[in-house]
Design a protein around this ligand. Structure first.
Ligand SMILES: [Zn+2]
Length: 416
């Protein structure tokens, strides 16, 4: 399987001292960023590369030559004029006979490529996009997915006032089928994410978002460049690879993140507790995962559809995003065991293994995200939350007072 690295960008925006080398050659802790990418892919056995070069492409070619000094094979495609990410990829069409990875040459990352490829194959995906939440969703391009991670829409910025959405953005790491490249017109300057992906989606191609909490960041500005260098130095980049189990903070929703007002079934009733976003931002900064586990018997009762519940959660993510905080995932138990009420949905009126105090949601999250439960904590405002944490075997399971400002932050101070 080949890896295509789009390496045409100039280095000028990052620092004037790098203006004579391409962005991909800018050193991060003594090594060109693109070399870090090559070594990452090679460590998973992906040793065939196509470098799409542009401005100052000969600097890259002179450095890597055919790749043999790194034990890999490199083919070059040099663009004569800037063609954008899509146009550059179109030039390599003949070399692409099967699905391939795409990297942007100015990205610092450490990603379990094998895990991502497995996801791509299991979904029989035409295009798999690495997605994650970020701390400024309000001015980011949003990727919308359904419950099976299939992409349903791209919501490109700028967003209208009052825009509500899940916090999920694409991080410029893809696995693509050559079918996608066939959609790119020749010799036109176009952008993959803005011009090509949306039209592929309109044609019914199978696009999936691969959710991950691994480190991936472009170094597009001097500030970001300084950040990625510090993160490589401290070991943070490598530590967040999916192969390393991570601790999580499991959070109940109502009464812990948002104000509990009986059974919440209307979007406008989603209101954050003061200080909750700050607490969650602290989890984000710590490298722990923030995972919501919530009993929502409103589904079983028929008070709320999945769509309505989705909008309520999107509003929560939007409000958190406005305060630069995010959750990595939301697990929902829609069930309730007591039957015999008007309007209820009998298919959800069952005894399940996910309704807290059962540990089902925590155990599922642990498998999905590679969580070390023995280093994780559960925070809720009911005894059933504490019991769910204990039943899952977390390190600490803590009850906080419902709806109390800053209660979440206080607990987190003890553990993070
Ligand atoms: Zn359940």
């Amino acid at each position: 399987m080949k890896t295509v690295i789009i390496a045409g960008g100039k280095g000028t925006r990052i620092a004037s001292s790098f203006s004579e080398i391409p962005k991909a050659m800018i050193p991060v802790e003594g090594k060109p960023v693109i070399q870090r990418q090559v070594e990452m892919a090679a460590s998973y056995g992906f040793k065939d590369f196509i470098f799409l070069t542009g401005h100052l492409g000969d600097v890259i070619r002179d450095y890597f030559k055919d790749g043999s000094s790194l034990g890999v094979n490199i083919t070059y495609c040099q663009e004569k004029e800037p063609l954008g990410t899509a146009g550059a990829l179109r030039q390599a069409r003949e070399l692409l006979t099967e699905d391939f990875f795409v990297f942007y040459g100015d990205t610092v990352m450490d990603v379990d490529m094998e895990h991502m490829l497995r996801f791509h194959r299991e979904n029989r995906s035409d295009a798999t996009l690495f997605v994650h939440p970020n701390d400024h969703p309000y001015d980011s391009d949003i990727v919308e997915t359904d419950s099976s991670h299939r992409i349903t829409a791209f919501r490109l910025k700028p967003h209208e006032e009052g825009f509500i959405s899940r916090n999920q953005v694409n991080a410029s790491l893809f696995i693509l089928s050559p079918k996608v490249v066939d959609e790119i017109p020749e010799a036109v300057r176009l952008n993959l994410e803005k011009d090509i992906f949306p039209s592929c989606l309109d044609k019914g191609m199978r696009f999936f978002g691969y959710p991950s909490a691994e480190y991936i960041k472009d170094m597009g500005t001097p500030e970001r460049y300084a950040e990625v260098c510090a993160d490589v130095r401290s070991g943070r980049v490598a530590a967040l690879n999916r192969r390393n189990l991570r601790p999580a903070v499991f959070l109940d929703r109502d009464g812990v993140i948002n104000v509990e007002k009986g059974f919440l079934s209307r979007e406008e009733d989603m209101e954050l507790i003061e200080g909750a976003a700050g607490g969650i931002a602290r989890i984000n900064a710590s490298g722990w995962l923030a995972i919501v586990v919530t009993n929502q018997p409103v589904i079983a009762r028929g008070d709320c559809s999945w769509e309505e519940l989705g909008r309520i959660n999107a509003r929560m993510e939007t409000l958190l995003g406005q305060e630069h905080a995010f959750v990595n995932d939301i697990y929902i138990c829609p069930h309730h065991p007591d039957k015999g009420f008007p309007g209820e949905r009998p298919e959800y009126k069952i005894v399940c293994d996910c309704r807290k105090p059962a540990p089902g949601m925590l155990l599922k999250a642990a498998g999905d995200w590679g969580i070390d439960l023995s280093r994780s904590i559960m925070i809720g405002d009911h005894d059933r939350d504490v019991m769910a944490g204990e039943n899952a075997g977390v390190m600490a399971s803590v009850k906080i007072p419902s709806n109390e400002p800053y209660a979440l932050s206080k607990v987190l101070e003890e553990y993070l």
